[in-house]
Design a protein around this ligand. Structure first.
Ligand SMILES: [Zn+2]
Length: 75
């Protein structure tokens, strides 16, 4: 049993590292504000390290107030 638990933990750590590497910046289509997952949006209660996908839908652009729908992936 303990063997199974250990390997599960390893898999979880791997996927966290994967997320940190692949987190993308998003740019507001309206005002050009860039959401950087490494920085988050502390003023709106979004902790640093939060991927854009995990921001609550109620979040809006801190500069112009537009919703998440109007953000595009920054390549
Ligand atoms: Zn904006």
């Amino acid at each position: 049993m303990s063997r199974v638990t250990k390997s599960r933990v390893k898999i979880q750590i791997k996927s966290i590292n994967f997320n940190l590497r692949t987190m993308k910046k998003y740019v507001c289509d309206v005002c050009g504000y860039v959401y950087d997952p490494a920085v988050g949006d502390p003023d709106s209660g979004i902790a640093p390290g939060t991927p854009f996908e995990e921001i609550p839908d109620s979040w809006s652009c801190p500069l112009c107030g537009i919703g998440k729908d109007s953000f595009s992936v920054m390549e």
